[in-house]
Ligand binder design. Structure first.
Ligand SMILES: Nc1ncnc2c1ncn2[C@@H]1O[C@H](COP(=O)(O)OP(=O)(O)OP(=O)(O)O)[C@@H](O)[C@H]1O
Ligand SMILES: O=C(O)C[C@@H](O)[C@H](O)C(=O)CO
Length: 336
């Protein structure tokens, strides 16, 4: 059964809007950051990672964002281009803003954290008038990510992109991507997240992220079913709630739920799981696969990324994901 009809005959499969940053991932792992001396630089930012993931899976992709006019900004732009991502709507800041940095601490495979440097960052300065309507009209999917809603003018740019997507029938995906830094209060966060989610066809988030959105709602048992049901009264066709190693559950408008277990993984670090899951899941849906198969593909893609040092650079190809699933089925990957 098809739950989402993606528009045909558009030159771009997937366009994302939001943050383009740098990840600096600890080289000396399994220790606190105080004891980490060297880091490897990668392109980062959740929507950037998802777009790189979609491109690795063979999709035609584009990005709408703003980069700093510095070495980091140029590194990001050239990495996107080398990965086949259309950067014609990646704008260069002219106000002296900087590139956001995410230093990752890998204390153990299950104890990871991110130290963010995000003052005066270029990605939050994207303006509504810089969003190209034609690019969204030419795309089957627009993905928005919650962090871009945290401040103006990037907040308005995302709402303008949503308006263009609605106007042109572009399928809208919301990856909640809630990062508390840059937001000022729980109330402000919940209000803007809810306003955006009302307009979206597919919503992906963790239980904790949906809890944040339910600041003003009544869901005392943190029920996934109650969470999902709210969005079917608006535009949603699919709501996915992710539960880390416990897997994920997708709800569809008919009240059906679809469960996916996670695959075993030799975990290096946990971050990047959600981004690779999103890329794999959306790729599957866009191939016309069932929700279960799409979720399984996303779950396997997530395992590949969490078994690697990076997020963006480790995004797998279709062959790598299929190979991972086959190896799991043969019992060759058993460490969980
Ligand atoms: N330890 C794990 N082992 C195997 N699979 C995992 C593990 N952690 C996450 N996954 C897979 O990745 C999917 C998404 O993970 P998770 O729920 O942690 O998302 P997230 O919190 O958005 O990720 P991120 O850490 O990137 O923000 C899960 O549904 C699962 O399939
Ligand atoms: O989202 C960020 O700013 C940091 C990411 O780039 C990092 O790779 C991650 O946490 C992935 O979700």
């Amino acid at each position: 059964m098809t739950y989402v009809s993606f528009p045909d005959s558009r030159k771009m499969d997937f366009t994302a809007i939001g943050r383009l940053c740098i990840d600096l991932n600890a080289n000396e792992i399994n220790r606190p950051m105080e004891e980490t001396m060297t880091f490897t630089k990668y392109v980062g930012g959740s929507p950037a990672n998802i777009t790189i993931g979609m491109s690795r899976l063979g999709m035609e992709t584009a990005f709408i964002g703003k980069i700093a006019n510095d070495q980091m900004g140029r590194f990001i732009n050239s990495y996107l281009e080398r990965n086949g991502i259309d950067t014609s709507n990646v704008v260069t800041d002219d106000t002296g803003a900087v590139t956001g940095l995410a230093f990752t601490e890998i204390k153990s495979p299950t104890d990871c954290s991110i130290l963010m440097y995000r003052d005066h960052v270029a990605d939050l300065l994207l303006q509504s008038r810089e969003v190209q309507e034609q690019l969204i009209a030419d795309s089957k999917v627009l993905l928005i990510s919650g962090t871009a809603l945290a401040q103006s003018p990037s907040r308005e740019a995302v709402f303008q992109a949503l308006a263009y997507a609605k106007k042109h029938g572009t399928i809208i995906v919301f990856d909640l991507d809630y990062r508390p830094y840059t937001w000022t209060s729980a109330e402000e966060t919940a209000v803007y997240y809810n306003l955006a989610a009302e307009k979206c066809d597919i919503i992906l988030g963790t239980r904790e992220e949906f809890d944040m959105m339910e600041t003003f709602d009544h869901n005392p048992d943190h029920s996934d079913q109650v969470t999902a049901q709210k969005w079917f009264d608006f535009s949603a066709k699919i709501v996915v709630i992710k539960h880390g190693k416990e897997g994920s559950i997708a709800y569809t408008g008919e009240g059906l739920s679809h469960q996916a277990d996670s695959y075993p993984a030799r975990v290096v670090k946990t971050f990047g799981a959600g981004d690779s899951y999103a890329a794999g899941f959306l790729y599957g849906l866009m191939q016309g696969w069932t929700i279960e198969r799409s979720m399984a593909f996303g779950s396997a893609a997530a395992c590949i990324v969490i078994s690697s040092h990076s997020c963006s650079d480790a995004m797998p190809t279709v062959e790598q994901v299929n190979d991972y699933i086959e190896r799991c089925n043969r019992g060759e990957i058993t460490v969980s």
